[in-house]
Design a protein around this ligand. Structure first.
Ligand code: PLP
Length: 392
């Protein structure tokens, strides 16, 4: 019999009832160190007092009106994002995949209005992930996500990650945009080298193509800069955001330059809940913390600490791990053992991690994790690896 919840997830036998900072707690009191943060969502940890305060204050004042009216919390958050980034304008969504939908629409509208309606094709990359909506699965293109769901939204071409020749060959008179994650998340924590992102920007400029970045997972302080592309010193035309921006409240956004967004006039897009007062109040509190230079400096310092300890872990368990890669507090352990076995052994050692493609175990802790918690987390991973070695 089908369960009451549509069984599209293979859930771990864990069930948390409370969160405190970097900790997740089960009903029986077992405390897990959280190196997953709900897949890079709980950027400020669980139940951060400033976020709880922002949410409850807004909840007592007003939950929902509609985008038929001005929403002060939305305006404040949009101003903060415009102030802190390349963007001139922001549209709020409730998720990453909705941000993908708008990014695709914005690209198409741009060329339609520019008198080049034939330019509809977006070049994306193999092993990428852009969400589960029709545009999202067509953009990522992997058979795992698209099989059985055709006909797919047309207008996407896929090239292998790092295949420069294939990328150049894919560009033609119909190319509208290049869409890429600066650090692939689901694909296995694969950072795009800075010079490659610079190269993509140049390529786009040369051909009049829009550069669309998906920073849903790697954005909002995760890599130690507010957005990952800042490391390369280049700006996109359009950027998808979600996950960390809401700190656990469903919130997403599309950020764009005035030029890229110019076709999106009244009536061209909308969302009932997008930019609702609750989400924007929390997002504003997240932004206030994450944009502080000391905060990002701390993320970078803690990244160095975690990475160093993980390198020690890899060296101590050469049969379980192969290497560490990633950026900031978005790190991946490339495994020799099966990644899902490592994640399971982690659960037994009371540490939560997330598997990714390419046999990687993802470490995406709250950005607020402390040095002691980092040490304890790696100790637990070490214990998990020792248990796995014993089992082999
Ligand atoms: C999670 C994710 C998405 C989809 O976000 P949802 O909120 O699940 O729709 C899109 N792109 C990237 C890079 C992601 O990590």
């Amino acid at each position: 019999m089908i369960p009451s919840i549509l069984p599209t997830y293979n859930r771990a036998p864990l069930s948390f009832v409370k969160g405190e900072g970097s900790w997740l707690i089960e009903a029986d009191g077992r405390r897990f160190l959280d190196l997953g943060a709900g897949i890079a969502v709980n950027a400020m940890g669980h139940a951060h007092p400033a976020l709880v305060e922002a949410l409850t204050t807004q909840a007592q004042a007003l939950w929902h009106t509609s985008n038929l009216y001005h929403i002060p919390a939305q305006e404040a958050l949009a101003d903060a994002l415009v102030e802190a980034t390349f963007a001139d304008t922001v549209f709020f969504t409730n998720s990453g995949t909705e941000s993908c939908e708008l990014a695709v629409k914005m690209v198409r509208k741009f060329f339609h209005d520019a008198g080049s309606p034939e330019r509809t094709e977006i070049i994306a990359f193999e092993a990428s992930f852009h969400g589960r909506s029709s545009a999202g699965i067509a953009a990522a293109g992997s058979e795992k996500m698209t099989k059985g769901f055709g006909p797919l939204l047309p207008g996407f071409k896929h090239v292998a990650w790092g295949d420069h020749d294939a990328l150049h060959a894919a560009i033609d008179k119909n190319t509208a945009a290049i869409l890429i994650e600066p650090v692939q998340g689901e694909g296995g924590i694969r950072p795009l080298p800075d010079q490659c992102l610079k190269g993509l920007r140049d390529l786009c400029d040369e051909h009049g193509i829009l550069l669309v970045l998906d920073e849903v997972q790697c954005g909002v302080g995760r890599t130690g800069r507010l957005f990952a592309h800042e490391w390369a010193g280049v700006d996109p035309d359009i950027m998808m955001v979600a996950k960390g921006i809401g700190g656990g409240f469903p919130l997403g956004a599309v950020l764009a330059t005035e030029r890229a967004a110019r076709g999106m006039v009244a009536g061209t897009h909308g969302s009932t809940y997008g930019g609702n007062p609750l989400g924007c109040a929390v997002g504003y509190a997240v932004m206030q913390h994450v944009t502080a230079p000391e905060f990002l400096e701390e993320v970078r310092r803690k990244s160095g600490l975690l990475r160093q300890k993980l390198e020690g872990l890899v060296a101590a368990h050469p049969d379980i791990f192969e290497d560490v890669r990633g950026s900031g507090l978005m790190l991946g352990l490339i495994c020799k053992a099966t990644n899902t076995d490592v994640v399971q052994a982690g659960y037994d050692a009371l540490v939560v991690t997330v598997p990714a493609a390419d046999n990687v175990v993802r470490l995406l802790p709250p950005l607020t994790i402390s040095d002691d918690e980092i040490a304890e987390a790696v100790k637990r991973l070490d214990h998990a690896a020792t248990q796995l070695e014993g089992a082999a």
